[in-house]
Design a protein around this ligand. Sequence first.
Ligand code: AVJ
Length: 322
Amino acid sequence: STVSDALDALTDLQPDRARITADILHGLSQHPRQLPSKYFYDARGSALFEQITRQPEYYPTRTELDLLQERAADIAAVVGPHLHVVELGSGSGRKTEILLQALVDPVAYTPIEISRAALLDSVARLAPALPEIEMLPVCADFTRPVQLPEPEREPARRLVFFPGSTLGNFAGAEAVALLRAMRQTMGEGGLALIGIDLHKDPTLIEAAYNDAAGVTAEFTLNLLRRLNREIGSDFDLESFAHRARYSVERLRIETDLVSLRDQQVHVGGRTFNFAAGEAMRVEYSHKYTEASFALLAAEAGLQVTHRWDAQAPAFGLRLLRA
Ligand code: AVJ
């Protein structure tokens, strides 16, 4: 596609103010409180995440990019030609570019991305670089049902691309539900290529979510800034602090915004009291072992057929089929 064809094909299902307000009110009514991490990604949040990926402590992105680069030809041979690639949470599309360049005659590419700004940037970069591929972008929350656009040319099968260990943001039943929905998206004979961060020295993991430059803290707090702007809440950004700790029992980073004092916050006409020290959960980043991932996939009716791993820091790509 040309950039202009790609933009004409855009499906816009970006969450609106009412949807975001309902999700936030629901999260604030839980004990302990929790806010969905998908709302990190407004234009600024996506830009801050890109900045995180360039911090020396944040190993996942560069490790996965190198792994993809090294194994792309092998992956392309295994998944076969003429694919419709559907990516969940496509962000900047840097990983996609490596994959699409390696695949044999890919038919179409559907990036699904909640941040319209990130989506438009990636389309503007990918369309000219890959003019032979039909671009069918979708701005949407990929945890909600999305009607997939149909490519003009009939693909051999779909390949769901889900890199970045984004799956790690989903705990337990939600992760299984997402993988089940992904299985539907894969369709008949479809495949999924998933990037997962693997369990390793907790010190390395914790450092990745507590970079010395403070970019991750800014990224976390940006959620409150975004909510204040878009749904009219009045979170005081000076009165909450980022905290990310690795739980060795649960194999996950647990990121909280901790209230620094007793305070009140107003959202959607309601008042919420926060005690000093009270933590609001804003993100999980699960890490996996070989066994824990295979079990999770099996719960969703999926089988791991191929693995490609990076060592030190450990990171994995998994190919799944139904
Ligand atoms: C984009 C979801 C994979 O969980 O590692 C990075 C987001 N949060 N630093 C992750 C994130 C804090 C990232 N994912």
